[in-house]
Write a protein of this length. Structure first.
Length: 272
């Protein structure tokens, strides 16, 4: 099996398990309906574990453009392979979304809310604030990539590493996922979102393209910063790229704080 096919199959499995658990919890008429956030985060974490076991020996099981690009930024992965991996991941995300749609075919017409249907395929914010939402995705993916690299730096059985990464994804979901749904993976969000846009889903609404850039840009920035910080702290190697990414993230933090401050001021004036 080629690395391209490995990344395609692994990402598709990830979305089948992850999108599938979301569908089971939020679509109407399923046996898992309303089983809650812990079920969703557990399903995603175990989905990551199974996908890594499936294709880890073939492609390294990146399953995420943020992982691939972050590793390339710290010279842990060749740049010439990046486009192929990202394409495979995006296609895997798309076809994973299609399979979830097919599996839950009778439940779409029972689910009248278009936003709930979209949530099976892609993420969305609990409170829509552009810069705060972007910052949430940056922080979540920073923890993901930094955590993956620290797990890799430890010496224990290779067969246990997928379990550790899965546990990391679960704890990110439980601790940080409540703001934006923790995409932390452009292929996890954009691939299925395109599937939602193209599929003939009964009663579907818009695919929220105005938000779609956040779960792409946020994970890429957060992932790069996580890898660069790992290199700086654990390997004492500071890349010039750090001085490009860090100021961008600092600006986003400032914009998020300013945006929230203005929001609070408006609410105070409205009360008066």
């Amino acid at each position: 099996m080629s690395a391209f096919l490995g990344e395609f199959i692994g990402t598709m499995l990830l979305i089948i398990f992850g999108g599938g658990v979301v569908a089971g919890v939020i679509l109407k008429g399923t046996k898992a309906e309303n089983s809650g956030w812990i079920v969703i985060t557990s399903g995603w974490g175990l989905g990551v574990v199974m996908a890594i076991y499936a294709v880890g020996s073939v492609s390294g099981a990146h399953l995420n453009p943020a992982v691939t690009i972050s590793l390339a930024c710290v010279n842990e992965f060749p740049w010439e392979k990046v486009p192929l991996y990202v394409l495979a991941q995006m296609l895997g995300g798309f076809f994973g979304g299609v399979i979830v749609w097919l599996h839950y075919l009778p439940h779409w017409k029972e689910t009248k809310d278009p936003a709930t249907q979209l949530a099976v395929f892609s993420t969305g914010p609990a409170i829509r604030k552009t810069w705060a939402n972007l910052l949430s995705e940056i922080i979540g993916t920073f923890i993901l990539i930094f955590g993956i690299l620290t797990i890799g730096a430890n010496s224990f059985s290779e067969g246990l590493k997928p379990l550790a990464v899965g546990a990391l994804v679960v704890v990110i979901g439980l601790s940080l996922g409540g703001t934006t749904g923790y995409a932390i993976n452009p292929a996890r969000d954009l691939g299925p979102r395109i599937a939602h846009f193209l599929l003939p889903i009964i009663g579907k609404g818009k695919s929220d393209w105005g938000y779609a850039w956040i779960p792409v840009v946020g994970p890429l920035l957060g992932g790069m910063f996580g890898a660069l910080m790992f290199k700086a702290l654990f390997k004492q190697e500071c890349s010039h790229l750090m001085w490009v990414v860090a100021p961008i993230i600092l600006i986003i933090i400032i914009l998020a704080v300013i945006q929230e401050g203005r929001s609070v001021s408006k609410e105070e004036r409205a009360v008066k």
